[in-house]
Ligand binder design. Structure first.
Ligand code: GCU
Length: 417
């Protein structure tokens, strides 16, 4: 059933682009040189880690603010309330809580956070922070989880853009909570529509009117929300906030990258099938294009981004530089074989092109991947990890198994008793 809806979504996307035919021919991707993350805007080389950190990194960040995602205003101080608590969730394996958090101050909209913290651990635990497409109640069928009352895109069990009882647990395949908790990680999740309802007029009901206006948009708001989730985790003594990973799938993968690029408190950043405007190189004409993005989803990016609809080679940045903003922290990028719309090869090449920044900062390459065509042979050992999963555009248990394995290797969670 979900497949039918995903198909409907892509048909809708294409319908918004009369006459658009995506290119899937490597011979026609175009051969535009990429901007060099290790050269300043004026062409001078970046010679040291210090120069990168103090001058080039802020320069690239500003370019992404101005030309792609918009500038995130200074964060409001969050307020929160715990609304539900079950110390014996998941057969006693975890404590489950629900919290109301005001990410843009008390007078703004609230977001509802679902939090699982494993019970059988000693010491503080690392955590995954991630937004959902369909609300907390879709993550797990547990009838105690509060159903979202916010606007939701149509889908199975959604009636007049509102969730119903029928939508409990419908996204459980995307959220292997058992796996995450049994490996000693907490999971914090919020419905993305609490921050910005995902339609072209969503701004009015979003957090934007409650914060200083700065030409930002939905992706900026989703990224902002993930940082506010981390603000809460910093107040929770069970969580090791030096070991928090931000994870996102698809448009929320774009948002997770933008969150991780801006907020250096995230120790690890995961972008699953994030595609155009996410991990994929924009200058490659393959699958989705910047023009399609701006036309089908005018509420996602800053207005300036549309300047490049027909001139992508003139963008002062490309997406490998977004990945480079995560350096030297952990980064994990995924693609799926049947998700050609997201340009798997372009996502792999982005990792390759971000790698020199890791080399400058750490003295060794950031990315050990050699071959973009290898299927389900995850690259786990380097600071940039990657896999190409067999199958469709989705986030699956297989994907999460790799995120956990990557985090196990590099983030070293507290031992599970
Ligand atoms: C569409 C869109 C993509 C996006 C995806 C998703 O396919 O074109 O850019 O990543 O939706 O978020 O599911």
């Amino acid at each position: 059933m979900r497949g039918v809806w995903l198909l409907a979504l892509s048909v809708m996307t294409l319908a918004a682009q009369p006459g658009f035919v995506a290119n899937y021919d490597e011979a026609k991707v175009g051969n535009h040189p990429l901007p060099d993350p290790l050269k300043f805007e004026d062409g001078a080389p970046v010679k040291s880690a210090k120069e990168w950190t103090e001058r080039r990194r802020p320069e690239i960040l500003r370019l992404f603010e101005e030309h792609v995602y918009g500038k995130t205003p200074a964060a409001a101080k969050i307020e929160f309330e715990v609304t539900k608590r079950d110390p014996k969730a998941l057969n006693g394996k975890a404590t489950r809580q629900e919290l109301t958090i005001w990410p843009a101050g008390r007078r703004g909209p609230s977001m509802q956070m679902l939090l699982y913290v494993p019970n059988q651990v000693s010491g503080k635990v690392p955590a995954f922070v991630s937004l959902s497409f369909t609300g907390n109640h879709s993550v797990d069928p547990d009838p105690a989880i509060t159903i979202s009352t916010r606007w939701m895109r149509q889908g199975p069990g959604i009636v007049q853009n509102r969730a119903t009882e029928a939508t409990r647990g419908t996204a459980a395949s995307r959220w292997p909570v058992d796996l995450i908790v049994s490996k000693g990680y907490a999971l914090a999740t919020v419905y993305y529509g609490d921050l910005f309802p995902d339609h072209k007029d969503g701004k009015a009901e979003s957090i934007l009117p409650h914060l200083p206006d700065s030409n930002w948009n939905a992706i900026g708001a989703w990224a902002y929300g993930m940082s506010r989730m981390l603000d809460y985790l910093e107040k929770d003594s069970r969580i090791d906030t030096k070991r928090v990973a931000v994870v996102g799938h698809s448009r929320l993968g774009k948002a997770a990258l933008w969150a991780g690029a801006q907020d250096e408190r995230f120790a690890m950043v995961v972008a699953n099938d994030s595609g155009e405007g996410g991990a994929a190189i924009s200058r490659r004409n393959y699958g989705e294009t910047v023009e399609v993005l701006n036309t089908a989803f005018p509420h996602w990016f800053t207005q300036n981004y549309a300047r490049y609809n027909k001139a992508v080679e003139q963008m002062p940045v490309d997406q490998h530089e977004l990945l480079a903003l995560v350096a030297p922290r952990l980064l994990y990028i995924t693609s799926a074989t049947e998700d050609q719309w997201a340009d798997p090869k372009g996502e792999f090449l982005s990792c390759v092109a971000a790698s020199p920044v890791y080399k400058l900062l750490l003295g060794k390459d950031g990315f050990a991947g050699q071959d973009p065509s290898l299927v389900e042979q995850p690259v786990l050992r380097s600071r940039i990890g990657y896999h190409l999963r067999a199958g469709k555009h989705d986030i699956t248990r297989y994907d999460w198994e790799q995120f956990v394995a990557f985090a196990d290797l590099h983030l070293k969670p507290a031992a599970v008793k």
